[in-house]
Design a protein around this ligand. Structure first.
Ligand code: ADE
Ligand code: ZN
Length: 338
């Protein structure tokens, strides 16, 4: 057996993150600055405890409350630019070379932003880091908000002047019949984009089967419920279905009691085509680097495994073949440097 990846390996590995929400990346510091900007007291308006988000909730609803409070202060293009710039700097500081950032465009439009100003604010925020930190967008529609919102989201993406590489379905599984969202698959095909579906997070294993068979998703967000259905897990392994796994997120909303009881080690050992992401990092008290550190600890990854996990994320991404090749070359160079 090879040696465990070291702390230096974990910090320096060129990282590819496929599942991180821009609306879920707003740190306490950024949220507090925005709250003050709009005349609110951060501690009360954001329900902070000792200046921090609670970080652990009995269920998804508790997390969502905190997330929506932070997002309620993103009201102007300047606010969104601040969020995007803080996110970009955080990714760059972690040696992220490519990230697919899920963005709920309709939250911002509902808050009164003009679409053109919204995309321009994102472009300005992302431009605060160099081109070595490639920041792509995956625009999501929230299931609970129904098909009309999914259609409005598609219209926004069709007119977007922004690096959108995919569409995504998020929200609470089971709130609407999934076939209503097949329009997202059709739009992704029309626009030459990928399509990711959050499934098998809070929902049952059947939700993953529906995401694959009814919605024809290219990639599943989470997919951890497959641990409860051996036949489905066999199918995911056989077909090498890409899963974005976000363990701290799942632990923080009470789906599993700890990293030790989370399915990520079984998935890794069984050869599931999984990658690791941070989902809504400050809300779950984590970062992508922390996720990799924990994974090395519980599943015993070597330096080579860590490099291979990042190559896999590049392959599972919605980037163009040229970008994928460039990402893999950077990871190979890191691996060769030893
Ligand atoms: N939106 C932001 N985070 C989410 C999650 N973990 N599940 C579903 N929708 C989300
Ligand atoms: Zn997510």
């Amino acid at each position: 057996m090879s040696d465990l990846a070291t702390e230096r390996d974990i910090v320096t590995v060129p990282k590819v993150e496929l599942h991180v929400h821009l609306n879920g990346s707003i740190t306490e510091q950024t949220a507090s600055e925005l709250a003050r900007r709009h005349g609110a007291d951060p501690a009360t308006a954001l329900e902070l405890v000792d200046g921090r988000y609670v970080g652990h909730w009995p269920d998804f609803g508790g997390f969502l409350n905190s997330y929506l409070l932070a997002n309620s202060f993103v009201r102007t293009p300047e606010d969104l630019e601040l969020v995007a710039a803080a996110f970009a700097r955080g990714q760059a500081a972690q040696h992220v070379i490519y990230s697919e950032t899920i963005f709920t465009a309709l939250i911002q439009v509902r808050a009164g932003l003009e679409p053109e100003a919204m995309w321009a604010a994102l472009r300005r925020g992302f431009a605060t880091v160099g081109p070595e930190t490639r920041l792509a967008l995956v625009v999501d529609a929230i299931r609970d908000n129904g098909r009309a919102e999914a259609e409005a989201t598609i219209a926004l993406v069709e007119a977007a002047d922004a690096p959108v590489v995919g569409l995504c379905l998020t929200g609470v599984e089971g709130t609407e019949p999934v076939e209503r969202f097949h329009v997202l698959r059709e739009a992704a095909d029309r626009l030459g984009m990928g399509f990711e579906v959050h499934a098998g997070e809070m929902g049952p294993p059947e939700s993953i089967t529906e995401a694959l068979d009814v919605l024809e998703a290219d990639r599943i967000g989470h997919g951890v419920a497959a641990i409860h259905d051996p036949r489905l897990l066999d199918r995911l392994i056989r077909d090498q279905v890409p899963l974005d796994v976000c363990p701290s997120s799942n632990v923080s909303i009470g789906l599993f009691s700890s990293w030790e009881t989370h399915p990520v080690t079984t998935y890794w050992e069984r050869g599931v085509n999984m990658t690791i992401s941070s989902d809504d990092p400050p809300f779950f008290g984590t970062t992508l680097t922390d996720e990799l550190r924990q994974l090395v600890r519980v599943a015993g990854l070597s330096r080579d495994d860590l490099g291979e996990l990042q190559r896999r994320a590049a392959r599972n991404s919605f980037a163009s073949p040229e970008v994928k090749a460039a990402l893999i070359a950077e990871i190979d160079a890191w691996a060769a440097a030893g």
